[in-house]
Ligand binder design. Structure first.
Ligand SMILES: NC(=O)c1ccc[n+]([C@@H]2O[C@H](COP(=O)([O-])OP(=O)(O)OC[C@H]3O[C@@H](n4cnc5c(N)ncnc54)[C@H](O)[C@@H]3O)[C@@H](O)[C@H]2O)c1
Length: 368
C-alpha cells in the first residue's frame, strides 16, 4: 500500500492521507474506525457502483457493530443536482443520522462531488471519506476537497470546500470500469504529466503507442502495474498542485462542458481543452514548438478527442469563456504549458496569460 499525504496549508489538522493499494475495500471497516470514527456511516453511491460494491461495504461495516446504510441515486452527470443532494440529505435525516455520523462517498467523480456536498452541509457538516472508483476520481476529483452540484446556470456552481478525512483508493475496482471511463481518466493523467513531469509524459506516450487501434494498450488491457504507476504518480502531482487552486478543466474544457452540457464527458472536455490550450500556447509564443503536436499524438493514442465537438462552435465557446471567472480587463486568461512537464510562469503576469479572442478562436478552429 502507498500512502500520500495531502498537506492543507491553512489548517494543519485538516491534512489527510490518500491510501492506494489492491483489495483496500475489504479493509474499509478497520480504516474507517481508525481514521474517521463515527456512530454510523451513510455510504453514498450511484446505481452502478452501489449494487456492485456498496452493498458489500455496508454489510462489512455493519459487521463491526456501527450503523451503516447504503444510499444510492441514479448514475450520470445529469443527476449531479440540487434535487439529488436534497433527496440524499432528507433520507439521512429520516434515517436519524446524527452529528456523530460520517459520510462515505463510494463512486466516480459525480458521487464524490454530491456525497461531499451532502457531508459539507448535513447538520452543518459531518466528516467525510472518499472511496473513488473511477480512474478520473482516483487521480483527480477525490483530491482537493471541492464538492458541489450542477445547476441550470452551469456546472459546479453550488458547492463547498470540504476536505475528506481519508481517501481510500482500491485499484482492483478498476477491473469493472467501462473502457471509455478508463480513457477519460487518462486525459487527466496526461494533463498532470504536461503540468509537472516530462518523464511521466514519456511513459504515458510509450504505453499509448503500444496500443492497437489507438486505444492505449496498457490501459486497454488494464495492466495492473501500469495503472498503479499512473494512479500513484498522478495523485502525487495532484496533491502538490491543489494548493495552486488549479481549475477542474481549464477555461476551454470548462466552456465545452458548459456549452455541450452532457454530450461530452468530463475527461473528453479535459482532453479537448488541453489540446486547444497547447495550440494557443504555441501561437502566443509561450510554449516550445512541437509541444502541441506531442500532446495531440499522446491524446490520440488513448483514443481521446482533439477537436471541439460538433455540438458547439468556437463562438459559443468564446462567449462561455467571457463569462468565466478568469476574465480580467476584457482578456481571457489561460494557464499554459511552456513545454511538456512545465507550466509557463512570468515574473510580471504570474501563472496565467491573457489571450486575444482572435487567437483563441484560431486555436479552437483546429481540425485534424
Ligand atoms: N471535485 C473536483 O475537484 C472534481 C475534479 C474533476 C472532476 N470532477 C467531477 O467529476 C465528475 C466526473 O467523474 P467521473 O468521470 O468519475 O464520472 P462518473 O462519476 O459519472 O462515473 C462514470 C461512470 O462509471 C461508473 N462507475 C464508476 N466506478 C465504476 C466501477 N469501478 N466499475 C463500473 N462502473 C463504474 C459510474 O456509475 C458512471 O456511470 C464530473 O461531474 C466532474 O465535474 C470534480
Amino acid at each position: 500500500m502507498v500512502t500520500i499525504r495531502v498537506p492543507i496549508a491553512e489548517h494543519r489538522d485538516a491534512s489527510y492521507d490518500i491510501l492506494i493499494g489492491r483489495g483496500l475495500l475489504a479493509e474499509l471497516p478497520t480504516l474507517l474506525q481508525r481514521e474517521c470514527p463515527a456512530s454510523a456511516y451513510a455510504v453514498i453511491s450511484d446505481s452502478h457502483v452501489g449494487p456492485r460494491y456498496g452493498e458489500n461495504v455496508v454489510r462489512e461495516v455493519s459487521g463491526t457493530g456501527c450503523g451503516a446504510e447504503l444510499f444510492t441515486f441514479p448514475a450520470g452527470e445529469w443527476n449531479k443536482t440540487r434535487e439529488t443532494w436534497a433527496a440524499l440529505s432528507d433520507r439521512m435525516l429520516a434515517g436519524q443520522f446524527g452529528r456523530d455520523a460520517a459520510v462515505v462517498g463510494l463512486g466516480g467523480g459525480v458521487v464524490g462531488d454530491v456525497a461531499g456536498f451532502v457531508a459539507a452541509t448535513y447538520l452543518r457538516g459531518v466528516p467525510y471519506v472518499q472511496v473513488p472508483t473511477t480512474l478520473l476520481a482516483m487521480i483527480d476529483s477525490s483530491i482537493g476537497g471541492k464538492t458541489g452540484v450542477d445547476v441550470p446556470a452551469g456546472k459546479n456552481l453550488l458547492g463547498a470546500f470540504h476536505q475528506p478525512r481519508l481517501v481510500v483508493t482500491d485499484l482492483e475496482v478498476l477491473g469493472t470500469l467501462p473502457p471509455v471511463q478508463l480513457t477519460a481518466g487518462m486525459a487527466e493523467a496526461l494533463k498532470h504529466a504536461v503540468i509537472a513531469d516530462a518523464e511521466y509524459f514519456a511513459l504515458l506516450e510509450r504505453e499509448g503507442r503500444g496500443g492497437r487501434g489507438g486505444a492505449g494498450g496498457a490501459v486497454r488491457e488494464r495492466d495492473p502495474e501500469f495503472l498503479e504507476r499512473v494512479v500513484t504518480r498522478s495523485v502525487a502531482i495532484k496533491a502538490q498542485v491543489i494548493a495552486a487552486d488549479e481549475r477542474e478543466a481549464g477555461p476551454v474544457g470548462h466552456a465545452i462542458e458548459t456549452v455541450a452540457k452532457f454530450a461530452v464527458a468530463h475527461g473528453e472536455a479535459v482532453a479537448i481543452g488541453m489540446a486547444a490550450e497547447a495550440r494557443l500556447a504555441e501561437r502566443l509564443g509561450v510554449a516550445e514548438r512541437g509541444t502541441a503536436e506531442r500532446i495531440h499524438r499522446a491524446l490520440e493514442a488513448y483514443g481521446l478527442p482533439l477537436e471541439v465537438p460538433s455540438e458547439t462552435t468556437p463562438d459559443d465557446l468564446l462567449a462561455a469563456m467571457q463569462h468565466d471567472k478568469k476574465v480580467r480587463a476584457g482578456a481571457i486568461r489561460f494557464a499554459l504549458p511552456a513545454r511538456i512537464g512545465e507550466m509557463h510562469v512570468d515574473a510580471r503576469t504570474g501563472w496565467t496569460v491573457p489571450a486575444p479572442a482572435a487567437v483563441v478562436r484560431e486555436a479552437l478552429e483546429f481540425k485534424r
